[in-house]
Write a protein that binds this ligand. Sequence first.
Ligand code: 0RA
Length: 649
Amino acid sequence: MASEKVQKEYSAKNINVLKGLEAVRKRPAMYIGDVGPRGLHHLVNEVVDNSIDEALAGYNDKIIVTINKDGSVTVEDFGRGIPVDIHPIEKVSALQVVMTVLHAGGKFDKNSYKVSGGLHGVGVSVVNALSEWMKVEVKRDGKKYQQEYRRGIPVTEVEEVGKVKKDETGTKITFMPDGEIFTTTKFKFETLAERMRELAYLNKTVTIIIKDEIEGDEETYHFKGGIIEFVKYLNESRETYHKVIYIEGEKDDTPVEVAFQYSSAYSENVFSYVNNINTHEGGTHLSGFRTALTRTLNSYAAKNNLIKDSKKITLTGDDFREGLTAVISVKVFEPQFEGQTKTKLGNSEVKSIVESIVGEKLGEYLEENPGVGKKIIEKCTRAAEARLAARKARDLVRRKNALDTLHLPGKLADCSISDPEHTEIYIVEGDSAGGSAKQGRDRRFQAILPLKGKILNVEKAKFNKILENNEIKAIISAIGAGIGNDFDAEKARYGKVIIMTDADVDGSHIRTLLLTFFYRYMKSLITTGRIYIAQPPLYKIKKGKTIFYAFDDDERTSVINQLKKDKGLQIAEDGTPKGVNIQRYKGLGEMNPEQLWETTMNPETRTVLQVNLESAAAADKIFETLMGDDVEPRRNFIQKHAKYANIDV
Ligand code: 0RA
């Protein structure tokens, strides 16, 4: 009888498991954000997060991530290994529960900084459900176990497959993302490597190795200095004023780590993390840090008479943030994430924890390092002087606009509809492409703003200089929603802002400059999903009267292959196809207005890429490296990333 009951429970549980998997496969975006490249790469992060947890618990110091030849990904760690004993409630191997039951998470103990918000922490069972197949291998108690799955459903038992040394433990998970779910299943080394490097900075005890068996790339990340080295990396192309200041402490089970350094840059570069998740929108940990920084530096300046009375300047929070590069990392047991992208920490207790740790330790540091303190106060005083000058300049701009509200830039070809729900503005590289776009567009809802040459490098210019730049002025007044602290995305005159540049190095440069500008001065346009990048084709392939467009080399090859199959296209001995005309567009200007409309601007047929904060922040970093003061990092970067020179957003 007893066994009958168990059997019944078994099937009820199985049905629940199936329902869970079905829910994930039906609405994947609810679990991983989207089914594009971003969601795809999130699968790997989700698996790696578990291995990082093992490292944080003190049991694992190495993670190996491999893009395999067949396109699947393997994540291997050397932690305790997922337990394989029979789970007391589910009555099956704990391993199977972790791999197949939604929200089983795997952590039966409470001693971990779980992630309850955002898209992290959904668990490896979600990855399993979205994989065509998955295989897990566990080494534990001197044995090696394995189990395999198809679309989240076990297709083997948990099997013992061999013996290993008693102290050899760990977990190895291999999965093939499901082509029925994702728009692409091709992993990019660079995308994965960027996150692995970030994780290695944030968790200084682990070594993360990432390999690409297809392209032959490999990187090893291990940073003994942790976030100190992160700040050095962020500032590598900037002129800095002192060595990185590092503060560490813990209060009420909340560990806090902060590293920061001032440079001659004008902007603030602060990266904040909660349980290794980048809190793009900041939150209580960030405000605690800022409050402590302003208060401690102000009282240090006053105590040591570092601001000349004659200057009559009071330093504000903004002055202490100019040129500040900082990384803040906290671990919180039950983080509450808020905000538009659920990346803002809401726990109010964290503010005072960070504030008191930073306030106390920074005070001590300044007493012990008066030279550093003096340099920082001098730098922030210069920032205050510039701020006062910029305010005067801004007031002038404002007054001009107030007198002349219809002051739209002369080069703007506006659209006739005024409801931003339905309108879009194309920011176009060069007057000639601008001309084609103006003729090709649908003038009812599409506005065109051509730019002449490169826009100003906003990273290296003071605010008043930025406001004087003609190209930037044109963008600000066309969008019509202010700039910087005054910017309000809801007032934007267009629902979409589409950047359209050539598919060459200059084009990607201009696109990066524009993204940097939006990231720095109109950030909410990005967080509300209003910025897009147009995708003009790279090739025109003409066979008889039929025209095909290809957006990259892979597509060009597949068009040719298709023509070979369907139309019996002949290929010459040297590999060139006969009887077709292939044109490689050197720029947008080579397309006539109809072609531009058809391939790039017609909402029915075009592809546009929506820009998110990560990609804009990445552009910002890439941009610094490419355009910063130092030649050395730039050369290294270009050598290392030659094949990614066209910054891919
Ligand atoms: C549940 C319990 C324990 C470890 C894990 C899960 C675990 C999960 C993953 C996922 C990837 N790598 C992992 N490593 C460990 C604790 C086991 C114990 O108490 O021995």
